[in-house]
Design a protein around this ligand. Structure first.
Ligand code: GMT
Length: 377
């Protein structure tokens, strides 16, 4: 089957999920065509069956905003025609679902029918999509997708609450390659970061306000008063400078390392002892799942889809949003006792198996088969 995947090429979770999905499908014999404005960060090499089509948006002075949707929908039409694509799978509704719908309509004019699957990831619904400026267009594109999936039950409920949805939403959670981390064969080079054998706490995000990065630092400050710890802040975004200033004001600069965006997430998580994710909202929390597969217990907020990923008291703890004392207390509880920490680590890994790649992706494959049969006959 030949599939177009439209996604963001960045470090964000939706782009990572779309890329990992495409890479897996290529291995299973699908022909995958990524359409984005840049080669996705997790794609190192293009192999047989894997194609990448870049969307160019030439700058024209008349426009205050360059029309990316137009360029994207035209690119979709070209790729579908040239490569005889069977279906479109778009990740993140804005503006991908809208552009794909336009592409689909243009193709219909040329008597080419193509089904469209939209996967909702979170902020495309909860934060941006439901804003009155976008809501109508997002609702329209959801309702004109043949199939809609959401990455958690919580996101499905949010979508149904915030929009007047007429298309059935199927929950297909995010996934992880559990087999890859079955055995830790290579010792993690922890000593480089923690020469005094400090415990390593990690946070990974895009440092947007809803990630509450200052809560990460405040929580860490309490832990740091009781245990020998270091904090790795991985990622980049609007709250980073504020976070750095906070560290300076609290004299924590030596204990906190800002690593920026990284392609070495596996290496970083390999030597991490605990993961903090105090988000205000989180439709799934892919970063938490990536931590769990590396045997890193997670202390996070009890928000959105996080309770569907983290088992409270098993793979980590769920705490009320903004309750820094509770998060610090739970983190210390896990870390202070070596034997207890070991148990949490194994339980985190065991919990991650619920999202085993092959099992989850088979749901997308069933959807593809159904879409092709129903739509094209
Ligand atoms: O977390 C972000 O702000 C990035 C965003 C994205 O679109 O990449 O992440 C969303 O999609 C991820 C993949 O499905 C989910 O794991 C994240 O929980 C979700 N983020 C939010 O809901 C805030």
């Amino acid at each position: 089957m030949k599939i177009v995947i439209v996604c963001y090429p960045t470090f964000g979770g939706s782009g990572v999920v779309a890329t990992e999905l495409g890479l897996y499908l290529v291995k299973k014999g699908y022909e995958i065509h990524f359409i984005t404005y840049k080669q996705p960060v997790r794609i190192q090499n293009l192999t047989y069956g894997l194609h990448f089509h870049e969307v160019h948006v030439p700058t024209y002075d008349l426009f205050k905003y360059q029309p990316y949707e137009l360029a994207l929908s035209s690119k979709i039409v070209d790729v579908v025609k040239k490569h005889k694509i069977d279906l479109l799978h778009v990740h993140y509704a804005i503006p991908h679902a809208y552009a794909a719908y336009m592409g689909k309509k243009m193709l219909e004019d040329e008597s080419i029918q193509i089904p469209m699957i939209t996967t909702l990831h979170g902020t495309d619904i909860t934060l941006v999509g439901s804003h009155p400026f976008y809501k109508k267009a997002v609702q329209f594109s959801i309702n004109h997708s043949e199939y809609v999936t959401a990455v958690s039950d919580s996101l499905k409920q949010d979508t149904e609450r915030l929009f007047d949805v007429t298309t059935k939403i199927q929950v297909i959670p995010n996934f992880i390659d559990v087999e890859k981390f079955k055995f830790n064969t290579v010792p993690c080079e922890k000593f480089q970061i923690a020469p005094d054998n400090e415990l390593i706490i990690t946070h990974i995000s895009n440092f947007r306000p809803l990630k509450r990065v200052i809560d990460v630092l405040k929580t860490f400050k309490i832990i740091n008063e009781q245990l020998k710890v270091k904090l790795l802040m991985v990622g980049d975004g609007p709250e980073k400078e504020r976070a750095k200033r906070y560290c300076k004001s609290q004299q924590m600069e030596n204990a906190v390392l800002f690593l920026g965006n990284s392609n070495q997430i596996d290496e970083i998580l390999c030597f991490s002892d605990l993961f903090l994710l105090p988000s205000e909202q989180e439709s799934f929390g892919l970063a938490a799942l990536e931590a769990m597969v590396h045997r890193v217990p997670v202390v996070c907020s009890d928000a959105g889809g996080l309770p569907e990923v983290i088992e409270n008291g098993v793979s980590g703890f769920l705490c009320p949003v903004g309750d820094i004392d509770d998060m610090a207390h739970k983190a210390i509880h896990i870390l202070e006792d070596h034997e207890r920490h070991k148990v949490f680590k194994e339980q985190a890994y065991e919990s991650s198996k619920k999202f085993e790649m092959e099992k989850v992706i088979s749901n997308y494959e069933s959807l593809y088969t159904e879409a092709k049969q129903n739509y094209l006959g």
